[in-house]
Structures are given as structure tokens and as C-alpha cells.
Ligand binder design. Structure first.
Ligand SMILES: Cc1cc2nc3c(=O)[nH]c(=O)nc-3n(C[C@H](O)[C@H](O)[C@H](O)COP(=O)(O)O)c2cc1C
Length: 174
């Protein structure tokens, strides 16, 4: 059973979170920078995938991340990932970009959903302070939002809770 962690980053925060998440998830592979991938074929060999994506393209309808994810989105949608669980965490700033908090989670979530993956790792909006986010589905974010700019003191607890949740939702982590 194999669980991959893939991230893309501009200033390093999404990579740092991948490095902090990895030891909380026994059985997950060493985090990989998406920018180092030639193509998406390694994803086909995994039982589950955890993705980290920051939001930089404020308010955009598409290519919201401003990282290597943007050029992969179309190809991800065309993969055949039925039977695999996919969970997404996002980095954003709920204070400065409060009307677009972690918008990029939703865009990546939709692509993996289109590929047939079972989406897991949804998180209640309770405990977050923000105006709006495209990543809200009802009362839940379709992934884990993290804010290292304005709420870094909450990150450890959020990561710990998410890791416990993922162990329940992803059989390959057990
Ligand atoms: C120009 C700029 C635009 C940003 N746009 C958003 C945004 O729309 N929504 C959001 O939640 N965060 C936004 N952020 C905050 C980043 O997502 C945040 O700093 C994140 O931790 C960066 O992750 P990285 O270091 O992995 O690139 C923006 C930051 C900058 C500098």
C-alpha cells in the first residue's frame, strides 16, 4: 500500500507543511515537489494521494495556485483514479486575502473528482475567521486550509486533527 504526498510552493510554506505532515502519517511516502515530476504517471501506482497547494492568483476562476499545479490540472482530470482516496491541504492567508481564503483547494479538488477519485479530508469551517472561500462546500472546506501568515499558532493542532481524520478515511495509512 502506498500513499504519496505531493506539493507545489512559491515561498516554501506548502513544502514545510508537507514535511511536518509526513511523520504524522505512518506509511506515507517522502513528500515530492510537483515541479520535479516529469509527468503524472507515478500517481497511478499509489493507493492514496495527499496534495498541498497554496493560493496566489487572488479571485481567479482558474489557475488559482500560481504554482506547478496550474499546468497539471487538465491532465489530472483525465487520469483514472477510481478507488483511490485523495485529500488536499491548502495554504493561504485568512487575514489579507479574507475573501478568497485558500480558493485553490477547490480547483484541485474538482480535477481529482473528475478523475474519479474518492475525495476525503473535508474540514469544518468552525474555528476559521474569513469572509469567503471558493473551497467551502456547505459548512465544510473540501480539504484542510492552513494559514502560516496569520494563524501559524493553530497549524500544529489542525495538522494533528487532520492526520487522525485521514487515518480513519484512508485504509492504506493503516
Ligand atoms: C500576491 C499574493 C497573493 C495571494 N493570494 C492569496 C489568496 O487569494 N488567498 C489566500 O488565501 N492566500 C493568498 N496569498 C497568501 C499565500 O497563499 C500564503 O502566503 C501561502 O502560505 C504561500 O504558500 P507558499 O509559500 O507555499 O507559496 C497570497 C499571497 C501573495 C503574496
Amino acid at each position: 500500500m502506498a500513499v504519496g504526498i505531493y506539493f507545489a510552493t512559491t515561498t516554501g510554506k506548502t513544502e514545510d507543511i508537507a514535511d511536518r505532515l509526513h511523520p504524522l502519517l505512518n506509511g506515507s511516502n517522502t513528500p515530492q515537489d510537483l515541479a520535479d515530476l516529469q509527468d503524472l504517471s507515478p500517481l497511478n501506482d499509489l493507493d492514496a494521494i495527499i496534495c498541498g497547494i497554496p493560493t496566489w492568483n487572488t479571485g481567479a476562476d482558474s489557475e488559482r495556485s500560481g504554482t506547478a499545479w496550474d499546468s497539471m490540472l487538465e491532465d489530472i482530470s483525465k487520469l483514472s483514479l477510481t478507488g483511490k482516496q485523495v485529500a488536499i491541504y491548502g495554504l493561504g492567508d485568512s487575514s489579507t486575502y479574507t475573501e478568497n481564503f485558500c480558493d485553490a483547494i477547490e480547483e484541485l479538488h474538482q480535477c481529482f473528482k473528475d478523475a474519479g477519485a474518492t475525495m476525503v479530508g473535508y474540514v469544518s469551517k468552525d474555528g476559521y475567521t474569513f469572509e469567503d472561500s471558493k473551497s467551502l462546500i456547505g459548512d465544510k472546506f473540501c480539504g484542510l486550509p492552513l494559514d502560516e501568515d496569520s494563524e501559524s499558532d493553530m497549524t500544529d493542532d489542525r495538522l494533528m486533527s487532520w492526520a487522525i481524520q485521514l487515518k480513519q478515511e484512508i485504509p492504506a495509512l493503516n
